[in-house]
Design a protein around this ligand. Structure first.
Ligand SMILES: C[S@@+](CC[C@H](N)C(=O)[O-])C[C@H]1O[C@@H](n2cnc3c(N)ncnc32)[C@H](O)[C@@H]1O
Ligand code: SF4
Length: 388
């Protein structure tokens, strides 16, 4: 496949610990019973970085993303140590984007200056709601005032920040969301991640929902909330460059674009995934999820991978489609046809066009329309299924 041994190259570092488990979250996050022994984890991150660098020699890193879990519980010294090792092994390109996800409690805000000194230049701040009752219902450890204070400090400390919210929350009306988003847009500075709440299996919200004790917006209300989101963000000059992400010019997340453009990235840490082109073939990697088991495996094997699989041409084509259609710029059909075993079915594309779900842009790219974004999984399934 043409993509990708030369394009963007990201490193994702997963920190798997949180102070508490939010009832909607199915990410690989664990509440530690005791104080985390950072020195012990530092050793394991260092070993896994060295191993992964051996698989991808000669690449320069264009972005690093500390995700979680709650990476703002890491000390600045550990973040700095990891960045130093990444730089030693691969080299970090001039102007690379280095993001850290932060929860906006006042305790975590005290670490912001240390993160900047360690090399972080972009903070993604998980505000989630601008309403104290909803923050409580979401299990968050901060209130609105604390979150906004942390966000203002983030703006003063970092060149780039993202304001992250969850909407389509239990009992949320269109008018409430309109007011809340308008307020958020007064603070937001170039980038917003606006996620519709999804009820994920094996979460506390899933159990409540299954027992009829949690009411979330029905499809019509969810569409109306989405429409308000588009209306207000566009009016504020933030383009919906990806299904849940909005940015002003030059403020898009380069690291996340690496995923969506199906370029290579390395996954470091418990549960981290990666996609690496090795000898012309994309390899899918995934690390052991349980932090302690990951640590043990890294100490024995030098890496914590439980998946390390070459993808065949059809699997790569499917992933390219799934990721690329999340973007407003869509996918290059020419690029798709250059490596996919069979081209996309022209009749299916025409049918989806007639339905107003996809369109072909002047540059030949195929992309989902605003209506298509609302049913993206179904659009992708139709396109992926209907190969000649
Ligand atoms: C897993 S969190 C990690 C960062 C940080 N711990 C936080 O809570 O903001 C990353 C993003 O995923 C979002 N997220 C997690 N579960 C979600 C769900 N079920 N529906 C919508 N967004 C979700 C969070 O709100 C957050 O913005
Ligand atoms: S949403 Fe963030 S803080 Fe809450 S459990 Fe998930 S990773 Fe942890």
């Amino acid at each position: 496949m043409a993509a990708d041994s030369k394009g963007q190259f990201g490193i994702y570092v997963h920190w798997p610990f949180c102070l508490a488990k939010c009832p909607y979250c199915d990410f690989n996050s664990h509440v530690a019973r005791a104080q985390i022994d950072e020195a012990r984890f530092r050793q394991a991150y260092a070993r896994e970085i060295a191993h992964m660098a051996g698989l991808s020699n000669g690449r320069k890193v264009t972005s690093v993303f500390f995700g979680g879990g709650t990476p703002s519980l890491m000390s600045a010294a550990l973040v700095g140590d990891i960045l130093h090792r990444i730089s030693q092994h691969w080299g970090i390109a001039e102007g690379a984007e280095i993001t850290l996800e932060a929860n906006p409690t006042s305790v975590e805000a005290k670490r912001f200056a240390g993160y900047r000194a360690a090399g972080v230049n972009r903070l993604s701040v998980g505000i989630q709601a601008l309403n104290d009752a909803d923050l409580k219902a979401l299990g968050r450890m901060h209130d609105v005032d604390e979150a906004l204070d942390a966000f203002k400090l983030a703006q003063q400390t970092f060149a780039r920040v993202s304001f992250d919210l969850i909407y389509a929350r239990p009992h949320q009306s269109v008018e409430q969301w309109r007011k809340e988003l308008a307020q958020a847009l007064k603070y937001a500075d170039g980038h917003m991640s606006l996620y519709q709440l999804t009820i994920e299996p094996k979460t506390a919200f899933f159990d409540l929902y299954a027992r009829g004790k949690l009411t979330i917006p029905d499809d019509d209300l969810a569409i109306a909330l989405y429409d308000v989101t588009q209306e207000l963000t566009e009016a504020a000059g933030l383009n919906n460059y990806e299904i849940s992400n909005h940015a002003g010019s030059n403020a898009q997340s380069q690291h996340n674009l690496t995923y969506w453009r199906y370029h290579d990235y390395v996954g470091i840490g418990p549960g981290a995934h990666g996609r690496l082109t090795i000898d012309g073939t994309k390899v899918a990697t995934a690390c052991e999820m349980n932090p302690e088991n990951w640590w043990q495996k890294v100490m024995v094997d030098g890496e914590g991978m439980i998946t390390n699989e070459k993808l065949d041409a059809q699997e790569m084509a499917d992933e390219f489609l799934v990721m690329g259609l999340r973007l407003a710029q869509g996918i290059s059909l020419q690029l798709y046809h250059s490596f996919a075993p069979s081209p996309l079915n022209a009749d299916t594309i025409e049918f989806l066009k007639q339905q107003g779900l996809v369109e072909i842009l002047a540059n030949g790219n195929l992309r989902a329309t605003a209506s298509g974004f609302l049913v993206l999984d179904a659009v992708v399934a139709d396109l992926a299924a209907e190969v000649i």
